[in-house]
Design a protein around this ligand. Structure first.
Ligand code: NCD
Length: 307
């Protein structure tokens, strides 16, 4: 495995499978009375979050703590970033404190890549702009494997605001590496321009795709990244691309419904779908901790041991 995890495209099939297998082993720790392993004792993990996050930040924090690492949480608000300090100066400060890994979320696509050039520790991309979110794709692959097996040969349909979604980009790369058949469904205005070069299919017929998919992954409509009107109204979006109970009934019996969170209930996903037994949304969150434990463990020195 490489020293950093910046893109899901950095992972070979073997790397990705090693992470998923390691996560499966680590999942047993979550069931123990004392949920801690001494593996990363003495190492420091910095969480550097320039964008808001609930799940991802707490999940990385829990993962590092369960491996006994020291965790420093740094958020742009309330730090010298608010005084105009640059990413580079912040990175050099963290470097001086001896960070062994920096987990970064940033509004600018490419920020983790830049950071990797400035620090000696491992950099983990926890979401950069509209670019990538590789650990989300890993936890999604883990969840698919847990529920349906694969992901080799599993049909996955990713629906919604693909244009602004780093989750969609990372999932297309990772799931195709793992042999899944991925189809994107979005309004034409929210389908990225160069999507033909991606390793997936594209469809504009949501209902037809639902009838033959194993997994439907709903994406949040990312209003905060929209600089123009991409659809006429929320009502129209919901009617054409929202997943409600009626549409969910088109899915094959075994199919599951995923969403990375945070959800816009009543927009891309109806409450009765989000809370239905087919929904894996809560499982995705708990799998996030074990998958991130596996990533930190493998990046920070466990790789040799595991191999
Ligand atoms: C996603 C993100 O931040 O990219 N959420 C997450 O990490 N669980 C998706 C989103 O914000 O819609």
């Amino acid at each position: 495995m490489k020293r950093h995890l910046i893109s899901a495209g950095d992972l070979s099939r073997d790397d990705a499978l090693l992470i998923l297998d390691t996560a499966a082993e680590l999942a047993s720790v979550a069931g123990r009375p004392i949920r801690k392993l001494p593996t990363l004792r003495g190492l420091t993990v910095v969480n550097l979050f320039y964008e808001d996050s609930t799940r991802t930040r707490t999940s990385f924090e829990a993962a590092a703590k369960r491996l006994s690492a020291d965790v420093i949480n740094f958020s742009a608000r309330g730090s010298s970033v608010a005084k105009g300090e640059s990413l580079k100066d912040t990175a050099l400060t963290l470097e001086a404190m001896g960070a062994d890994a920096v987990v970064i979320r940033h509004g600018a696509s490419g920020a983790p890549h830049r950071l990797a050039g400035w620090v000696s520790g491992s950099v983990v991309n926890a979401g950069d702009g509209t670019h990538e979110h590789p650990t989300q794709a890993l936890l999604d692959a883990f969840t698919i494997r847990q529920r349906l097996g694969g992901p080799d040969g599993v049909r996955v349909t990713i629906v919604g605001d693909v244009l602004h979604s780093r989750v969609a980009r990372s999932n297309v790369l990772l799931l195709s590496t793992l042999g899944a058949e991925v189809t994107l469904v979005a309004p034409p205005t929210l389908m990225p321009y160069a999507v033909q070069t991606w390793p997936c299919q594209v469809s504009y017929d949501f209902d037809a795709e639902l009838r033959k998919t194993d997994v439907v992954m709903m994406l949040r409509v990312q209003q905060e990244r929209m600089t123009a009107a991409y659809f006429p109204s929320v009502r129209e979006y919901r009617r054409r691309y929202g997943l409600d109970a009626g549409r969910m009934a088109l899915l094959p019996e075994h199919a599951i419904v995923m969403h990375p969170g945070p959800m816009n209930r009543g927009v891309e996903i109806a409450a009765e779908v989000a809370d239905s037994p087919r929904s894996t949304i809560v499982a995705q969150v708990s799998n996030g901790v074990t998958v991130r434990m596996a990533v930190l463990y493998l990046l920070l020195g466990g790789a040799g041991e595991a191999a």
